[in-house]
Design a protein around this ligand. Structure first.
Ligand SMILES: NC(=O)c1ccc[n+]([C@@H]2O[C@H](COP(=O)([O-])OP(=O)(O)OC[C@H]3O[C@@H](n4cnc5c(N)ncnc54)[C@H](OP(=O)(O)O)[C@@H]3O)[C@@H](O)[C@H]2O)c1
Length: 218
């Protein structure tokens, strides 16, 4: 049985990634802050928790119903108000870093013991082209910085052979979700597919950044 854990599975890209993995025959555990989800499938389980909080992440580890984990998808994220270095409040910067960069670190550390029990563990950090070095200069300072730091986490986990896992970053593209907004060119299906390719495709290499299954620069 191939088991995946997807954070932020109650809506948007996370929900779609769960749906596509279930279609591929995976057993999927989704996380939701309010413990609710409208996904109804015999191989889908939901656990309640907040990735920005240490105790809540440990509580999710205790709710996890399996003895091994093949795939951790750190999808949960927030974008914030979009201000620059001087316009953003420290509270907002802290919340965004805590969710988007420290959240995936917390999840990986909390679930390391079950990842190492997989024959081929993989960790997929859902990042963004907005965190690429060449794209840092305008707007959304805290979001861009948090995704840039998430990419650094991917590289460090790869270098450390964390949990002997394949560790990658992935960009879903600009997607029509609550975060992406109605003007986004990509459907949730397309965005989810980019993440699922990074999660399951055979050609994916640890320590790389992907969009639509193709390597992209940091
Ligand atoms: N949409 C895009 O165009 C786009 C582009 C590039 C990258 N991304 C990335 O893709 C990922 C998913 O984005 P999306 O567009 O699907 O966003 P979304 O529709 O706003 O959904 C975000 C999900 O993350 C969850 N979440 C937020 N903070 C959390 C926390 N502290 N603990 C646990 N769950 C939390 C939300 O749960 P609640 O319902 O409880 O708030 C929700 O399930 C994010 O990492 C985002 O940065 C998105």
């Amino acid at each position: 049985m191939k088991i995946a854990l997807v954070t932020g599975s109650n809506r948007g890209i996370g929900r779609e990634v769960c749906r596509q993995l279930l279609q591929l025959g995976w057993t999927v555990v989704g996380t939701s802050r309010n413990g609710q989800t409208d996904l109804d499938h015999p191989s889908f389980h939901v656990i309640q928790g907040d990735v920005s909080n240490d105790a809540s992440v440990m509580a999710m580890r205790h709710q996890f119903p399996f003895d091994h984990l093949d795939l951790l998808i750190n999808n949960a994220g927030i974008i914030g108000s979009g201000h620059g270095v001087s316009g953003s409040t420290m509270d907002e910067i802290t919340e965004i870093m805590n969710t988007n960069a420290l959240g995936p670190l917390r999840m990986a550390r909390a679930f390391e013991d079950v990842l190492v029990r997989s024959a081929q563990p993989r960790v997929v950090n859902v990042s963004s082209g907005m965190g690429v070095f060449d794209e840092l200069s305008t707007g959304y300072f805290a979001y861009r910085w948090s995704k840039n730091q998430l990419n650094a986490l991917t590289l460090r986990m790869h270098a450390e052979h964390f949990a002997k896992a394949c560790v990658v970053s992935v960009c879903p593209g600009w997607v029509k979700t609550d975060m992406g907004g109605a003007s986004a060119p990509r459907s949730v299906d397309q965005g989810g597919r980019s993440v699922v390719l990074a999660a399951v495709a055979d050609h994916i290499q640890s320590g790389k950044f992907y969009r639509d299954g193709n390597e992209i620069p940091w």
